[in-house]
Design a protein around this ligand. Sequence first.
Ligand SMILES: Nc1ncnc2c1ncn2[C@@H]1O[C@H](COP(=O)(O)OP(=O)(O)OP(=O)(O)O)[C@@H](O)[C@H]1O
Ligand SMILES: [Mg+2]
Length: 466
Amino acid sequence: MTETTLTRHRATTQRILIVDDEKLIRWSLMERFKQEGFEVTEAEEGRAALECFAPGEFALAVLDFRLPDMNGLQLLEKLKSIDPELNVIFMTAYGTVQNAVDAMKLGAHDYMIKPFDMDAMAHTVRKALDTAELLQEVTAFREQNKRRFGLHNIVFQSRLMHEIVDLVHRVAVSEAQTILVQGESGTGKGLVARALHYEGAKADKPFMNITCTALAETIMESELFGHEKGAFTDAKQQKKGLFELANGGTVFLDEIGDMPLNLQGKLLRFLEDRSFKRVGGTRDITVDVRIVAATNKDLGRAVDEGSFRGDLFYRLKVIPIDIPPLRERRADVPALIEHFVESFNRDFKKNVSGFTSEAFATLQAYPWPGNIRELRNTVERAVLLSVGDRLDMADLPLELRKGQVGSDGGRLLNLPDEGVVLEELERDLIVQALEQTRGNQTQAAKLLGINRDQIRYRMEKFKLQR
Ligand SMILES: Nc1ncnc2c1ncn2[C@@H]1O[C@H](COP(=O)(O)OP(=O)(O)OP(=O)(O)O)[C@@H](O)[C@H]1O
Ligand SMILES: [Mg+2]
């Protein structure tokens, strides 16, 4: 949780509403709550309570069950309909506990049986408020995660990526339990894996990830499956693994291609019936988790080479999501540049408006072997070190500049993902040139870098009116 968004805010003193027709009880509660630092409002019957009640005004209400003008359950329902967030504690006489149970079903937080001890009451109030606060934090945290990791974080413009984002959405909301995300390094596999979780119906459940490259086999095994106390020398305590901790949610197995062969077999067995034993354990534990695996390796080849199990590969790739490298979807480049310029402007308190056309063309033409990560780093560096308002060639790293041919930034026009029909393009350009020059063939030819005879020849070829 980040400090700024989730610090506990308790700007004003919390207010408690006491509703009871017995004056003495009201008085003792009031004295005690004031001592605890609360503000208190009292009412001796339901109507009076409703009159002073408004949403957000009270953190908690302490209600008696038997009131002169209505019963506590009715009051509870009315208060909750005004402020669903209100925490309610019921006071009920011994022998009428069933009432309290009904009240809990209607959303009361807890109940106290009369006569009660004031310390116990104060403790119950604290506990109710703490729980409510915790719940609020968790909700805020989850909302924040959804915003941070949802599909809308995937920036794109190309048709290719449009289809992939669409697929990611459909898979996310589906019942799919095993998904394989493939793509070169830096193409956004991590982004997609998170979107698969945070766009789905289980977004409120945990998302856990593990990078298979980073860990030794035995450690990874106990990370995934957990272990029992004494399973190995360092196992001082029982420990739950990721599959158990993420129950109901998603486990993201990043760089699955690097998982040791032995563990691949165990993973396969788990995928088959979603149950496993903790290391050193005997009991079968069944969980409901979505598995998203990602790899930048060619797993098919790894299977041929014997470093990846074929049966696991086929099990994983029931639903494959292949993210193309950036060079195959150059239409995304301008959108990504704009996105990153904006985001680093914010981070570095800069006010860069964009790149000069030469620098822009260079970025557009570069093959981006490191894909979006490389593009992101390039823009980050340029924005961070910028002096002017527009970023220029000098703001780009050497490897981008040296691929440069001439001063026009390499490519004249970017071939769209869907390709073009060259003849149509030619015809269209000639029509445009003629339109721009109001049919002046000499000038139109000049715009196209050809001579008058050449444009005439083409006008005839395409049957264009003079
Ligand atoms: N379409 C996109 N829109 C916005 N940001 C993106 C996009 N694709 C990738 N990124 C960003 O680029 C960086 C690299 O992406 P990510 O870490 O998901 O790549 P990866 O495929 O998992 O790479 P690796 O194989 O190296 O782990 C991240 O900062 C990510 O947020
Ligand atoms: Mg990654």
